[in-house]
Design a protein around this ligand. Structure first.
Ligand code: NDP
Ligand code: 8X3
Length: 289
């Protein structure tokens, strides 16, 4: 097996993520933007970054339309979004299927012909095997969701994004797209592709007023590692031992901030890492490994 990007060690007691500081209200991240009457579409909204982002935008009054494969989980997220009284809709979405993307976007169009923010978040890693022993099904799942899925959803959604009205197209990349690591060849490759697609879209949409950006996080505590290690929770937990990772709210607040800049401001790319993670292989652990 290849070298794990986040080496496990015994932890010292740590404050929980986000503990010790009272988070400011979300309106701080929304600046002066009035989100009421605007719609935000989020892929991969059933857990992790996507779910937190749905709640963040709903928290400032935006309508949210959520897509993912697990409908029960989408319904839970939608319930939390609706609790604040904002319009919330959800619909099944498998970004690996062009037909599913088309049905999802038809549903979006029936809710609103205008969408102000598209967040391409659906994706993840499958396995941590070196290329020599990698599995076709893992590679295909990563290419389908992180790369082709992003392109499919963007193609179908672009006609709904208004020109010269402060719309945003925000893609979730990763530090894995900036730096390859052992066992991450295909995941790093698809996240590098996400960066290139985002840069190409920025060029293609120049002159339309549609903002295009990528948010590229480092280690974050979500279901990401559970999925990567196929439900091996013990192995997934090792990834975060002794370190304070990002949490989904960190990503959600940043996306809200990016989309809330004035229309003449485009945030092209943000790399967001835990303070404890200086680079993929340089992670500060609370005890010696
Ligand atoms: P989660 O596993 O918690 O969330 C992944 C989301 O993607 C789920 O909602 C899942 O929904 C959805 N998804 C996966 N495949 C598909 C598909 N084919 N069609 C539709 N939805 C899909 O992990 P994160 O929140 O951490 O991951 C979100 C994004 O952030 C991913 O692109 C990931 O690569 C990226 N990222 C994560 C980092 C981390 O350390 N956590 C760091 C950097 C980037 P469902 O299964 O219900 O379809
Ligand atoms: C997730 C971050 O370092 O596990 O995109 O690849 S890493």
């Amino acid at each position: 097996m290849g070298v794990q990007p986040h080496l496990p060690v015994d932890p010292d007691p740590l404050p929980g993520p986000g503990e010790g500081l009272s988070p400011p209200g979300l309106t701080a991240y929304a600046g002066g933007m009035d989100w009421k009457g605007r719609w935000v579409v989020i892929t991969g909204a059933s857990s992790g970054f996507g779910a937190a982002t749905a709640e963040a935008f709903a928290g400032v009054g935006a309508g949210v339309i959520l897509g993912a494969r697990r409908l029960d989980r989408l319904a839970e997220v939608a319930g939390r979004c609706r609790a604040g009284g904002t319009p919330t809709e959800f619909h099944p979405l498998d970004v690996a299927s062009t037909a599913s993307v088309a049905a999802f976007v038809d549903r979006v169009r029936s809710i609103s012909p205008r969408v102000d923010v598209l967040i391409n978040n659906a994706g993840g890693a499958h396995g941590l095997d070196p290329v020599a022993t990698g599995r076709d099904e893992d590679w295909e799942a990563m290419v389908q969701s992180n790369l082709l899925g992003l392109a499919r959803v963007t193609r179908a959604m672009l006609p709904l994004l208004p020109h010269h009205a402060g719309a945003s197209l925000l893609n979730i990349g990763s530090i894995a797209g900036h730096q390859a690591y052992e066992g991450g060849a295909i995941y790093c490759g698809v996240k590098a592709a996400e960066r290139s697609i985002t840069q190409a879209l920025r060029l293609e949409l120049n002159g339309t007023g549609i903002r295009v950006g990528s948010l590229d996080p480092g280690m974050a505590l979500t279901e990401f590692s559970d999925v990567r290690f196929r439900g091996d929770m013990a192995r997934a937990a090792q990834v975060y031992r002794g370190v304070e990772p990002l949490v989904a709210r960190d990503i959600a607040e940043t996306l809200l901030w990016m989309a809330s800049r004035p229309p003449h401001v485009n945030i092209d790319e943000i790399v967001l890492k835990p303070t404890d993670q200086a680079a993929i292989h340089k992670v500060h652990r609370r005890t010696a490994g």
